[in-house]
Design a protein around this ligand. Structure first.
Ligand code: CMP
Length: 144
């Protein structure tokens, strides 16, 4: 079954010019890009996206950081893409992220961890509809 997941390059990732590197890894793994945009995330979208973290002490700083510059939001499709994306991204805390993962190779601080990927199939569905309209998602077949 084909799954979809939301991947976002966070403001620090965009500012550090990591967008190409991150897209490259997902392309090379064989996933299909079906939606992508550069956005200054609206506060309402962020508060919905991080709804479950509202009570955390780092929540205000998290919202500030995620508003500090544009984000590249993407939808990737493929077999097991939710679980495999999480494995590619690595642990939330870069100190725990294994070398070879995006965070393990490219990040050094938990509050500047460069990338988001949905953590379950159900969450992915919600996040995709939060960040993208139906018209912004494009289904395409390869002809090569
Ligand atoms: P992510 O797992 O993508 O989504 C929640 C984010 O909250 C997480 O990445 C970090 O960017 C941030 N976060 C989680 N724990 C902490 C923490 N202890 N201190 C600062 N930021 C955190």
């Amino acid at each position: 079954i084909q799954e979809r997941t939301l991947v976002a390059v966070k403001p620090d990732g965009v500012q550090r010019r990591l967008v190409g590197e991150i897209i490259h890894r997902f392309e090379q793994r064989g996933f299909q890009l079906i939606g992508m945009k550069l956005v200054q995330a609206p506060k309402e979208v962020l508060s919905e996206h991080y709804h479950d973290l509202q009570e955390k002490p780092f929540y205000p700083a998290l919202i500030n950081y995620m508003s500090s510059g544009p984000i590249v939001a993407m939808v990737w499709e493929g077999h097991n893409v939710v679980r495999m994306s999480r494995a590619m991204v690595g642990d939330t805390n870069p100190a725990e992220a294994r070398p070879g993962t995006i965070r393990g190779d490219l990040c050094a601080h938990i509050s500047r961890n460069a990338i988001h990927a949905s953590d379950s199939f159900e969450v992915a569905k919600k996040e995709i509809s939060l960040w993208f309209s139906d018209q912004e998602l494009i289904e395409w077949q390869s002809c090569i």
